[in-house]
Design a binder for this molecule. Structure first.
Ligand code: NDP
Length: 334
């Protein structure tokens, strides 16, 4: 067995030295426990926040302790009546090849008609984040204009498609021409804007959104959001989902967006949310997402890196925009 520990708290961008691999035995299961073999492991931007000390909505990772996150795995040994060897499960588990946990720590995956990895992407945490943030806070109406940043990532690509399903016009902001092509040609976005190459993001947005912006789903913060917030219509809604542009910044650093006058002038509403706020409604979200998937209204991509040894690289790649759709690591075959 092997695990990945947090070796130290990174300052700025983490490096390979932030992580340490350690050999450990596979723990024997006690009564009520199961041994889960990791098949797919999710790396997520929020994990960067957990590498810092200090209180947030989830506990910080401890130094010299395993990092944890979303995992899809297979039961290889069971001492619980609830699960048997061969069952596929998902849960928040340690970054290990094998986890020995109480059966209640994982949920069985009943529907195996979709690829298992989807339970860490479009039918998992990121799909639900898009679904609840957009529909509950953004509330896009037919004919309105929705702008989403981080548009080609796991959350953003789902947000844009749900907004299209609801009849909105959708503009996505992302960081490469390949991503823009994917948004426009494969996901049906009305327009994509490459924030890294455009001369003037606000002008490009004004051209792409002649009727202004009614919903801004913010995944990135910083100067991208400054530009979008200058295009708000009256009574715009802003689901504040993430701010990846500042995750590696010093907390004393001065980063945008500057929002107060912009929100005031446009009577707009911004609301931060954490996907767990909606945990009582997850079943409904998964049902709708699965239905749109089966109807072909919702598509998804995953960037899958192979091998447990590549988990740190896959995580670090998120901050370089290496992923199209959800970044996952395939750790082993079922
Ligand atoms: P993504 O799949 O979107 O991956 C991250 C992407 O962010 C990269 O591909 C990159 O794309 C972009 N990015 C990286 N650095 C910057 C930067 N400095 N400025 C602008 N864009 C950048 O990740 P997720 O879909 O998992 O997460 C998206 C956001 O949602 C994150 O901020 C995350 O923290 C947040 N989140 C919030 C949740 C909640 O409950 N509130 C739950 C899940 C996610 P590009 O090439 O376009 O730069």
């Amino acid at each position: 067995n092997q695990q990945i520990l947090l070796a130290n708290r990174p300052e700025g961008l983490p490096t390979k030295e932030t992580f340490e691999f350690r050999e450990i035995p596979i723990e024997k299961p006690k009564d009520g426990q199961v041994v889960v073999k990791t098949l797919y492991l999710s790396v997520d931007p929020y994990m960067r926040g957990r590498m810092n000390a200090g209180k947030s909505y989830v506990e910080p990772y401890a130094i010299n302790a395993p990092i944890s996150g979303g995992i899809v795995g297979e039961i290889v040994e069971s001492r619980s009546e609830k699960l048997k060897a061969g069952d596929k499960v998902q849960g928040s588990l340690n970054w290990q090849l094998y986890n020995t946990v109480d059966a209640a720590a994982v949920r069985k995956i009943e529907n195996t008609n979709v690829p298992l990895s989807a339970y860490l992407s479009v039918l998992g945490m990121t799909g639900l984040t898009a679904y609840f943030g957009l529909l509950d806070i953004g509330q896009p109406k037919e004919g309105e204009t929705v702008v989403v940043s981080g548009a080609a990532g796991a959350v953003g690509s789902t947000v844009g498609q749900i907004a299209k399903i609801k009849g909105a016009k959708v503009v996505g902001i992302a960081g490469s021409d390949e991503k823009i092509k994917y948004l426009e040609n494969e996901l049906g976005f009305d327009k994509g804007i490459n924030y890294k190459t455009t001369d003037h993001l606000q002008k490009a947005l004004e051209e792409a959104c002649p009727n202004g912006v009614d919903v801004y789903f913010d995944n990135v913060g910083g100067s991208v959001s400054d530009a979008v917030l200058n295009c708000l219509n009256d009574f715009a809604r802003i689901p504040l989902c993430g701010a990846i542009s500042s995750y590696n910044a010093d907390e004393n650093e001065d980063f945008g967006p500057r929002i107060q006058p912009k929100l005031l002038k446009t009577h707009s509403m911004i609301k931060g949310f954490i996907v767990g706020d909606y945990s009582n409604d997850f079943a409904r979200g998964i049902q709708d997402l699965a239905e749109w998937l089966s109807q072909g209204k919702l598509k998804y991509k995953e960037t899958i890196v192979e091998g447990f040894e590549n988990v740190p690289d896959a995580f670090l790649g998120l901050f370089e925009g290496k992923n199209l759709g959800k970044q996952l690591v395939k750790v082993s075959e079922p």
